[in-house]
Design a protein around this ligand. Structure first.
Ligand code: FPP
Length: 222
């Protein structure tokens, strides 16, 4: 969800105004994804690297996250959306962690769509976390090192409960993954668009899905 800051700058507004519009784009996109029959949508909301931003901006982002959960939870639940978090919440304020836990528990039985929010997420940290989990199991004698294969590793990632990643979209003209879903993106299709995140919504998502449908996926075969 890149480009909130530049969207605001183009309009002579403070960065937080871009993030606020970013939340509106989140609402539109979650609704659009559900309407378009998407099984699982992951949004990269806060990376491990985002902790390096100025305190004011971090506080604005955390405020918006609180606001989003409190305002949207009922509607998401009614729409059959299951909420998941990918990432390490240990640096997040206790009230947000409690709100998130509540949202996960309340929506756990829903099956229309999974909304995974990557928070305190970094793909390298995720891979290290999975390696540690498996190493601890090996030390405890629960598994043998040579039993570890791609399926077992996949199951130790934050995304273990989600379908394989088919399509990855990055907004704002940047053409890199920036530590997002590195393992999961191995065979994902990627679309990079110039539009800033606050302008994203049903129309752009539908266009991306059309482009995805035109791609031929061979997974290394012929
Ligand atoms: C990237 O734009 C955006 C972020 C770091 C934050 C994304 C967060 C939200 C949209 C709001 C909270 C999320 C949810 C799920 C409610 P940038 O600030 O890097 O923009 P720039 O590259 O133009 O400076």
């Amino acid at each position: 969800m890149d480009g909130n800051g530049r969207w605001a700058k183009q309009r002579g507004l403070p960065r937080v105004a871009g993030h606020k519009q970013g939340v509106e784009a989140v609402r539109r996109t979650v609704r659009a994804a559900s309407e378009l029959g998407i099984e699982a949508l992951t949004l990269y909301a806060f990376s491990t690297e985002n902790w390096r931003r100025p305190e004011d901006e971090i506080s604005d982002l955390l405020g918006l996250l609180r606001f989003f959960i409190s305002r949207e939870l009922d509607a998401l639940h009614k729409a059959g959306v299951r909420i998941l978090i990918l990432g390490d919440l240990c640096r997040f304020p206790a009230d947000i962690v409690a709100d998130i836990k509540h949202a996960i528990e309340r929506t756990a039985g829903n099956s229309k769509m999974t909304l995974a929010i990557a928070l305190g997420y970094g793909a390298r940290a995720e891979i290290v976390h999975a390696a540690r989990t498996l190493a601890a199991k090996a030390v405890a004698g629960e598994i043998a090192p040579d039993q570890i294969d791609e399926v077992m590793f996949d199951a130790a990632l934050y995304t273990h409960d989600m379908p394989p990643l088919d399509l990855l979209i990055r907004t704002s003209g940047e053409v890199r993954l920036s530590n997002f879903l590195l393992w999961q993106a191995a065979y994902a299709e990627m679309i990079f668009i110039d539009q800033f995140w606050p302008d994203f919504g049903h129309e752009t998502l539908a266009q991306c899905l059309d482009e995805y449908a035109r791609r031929e996926r061979r997974y290394g075969g012929l």
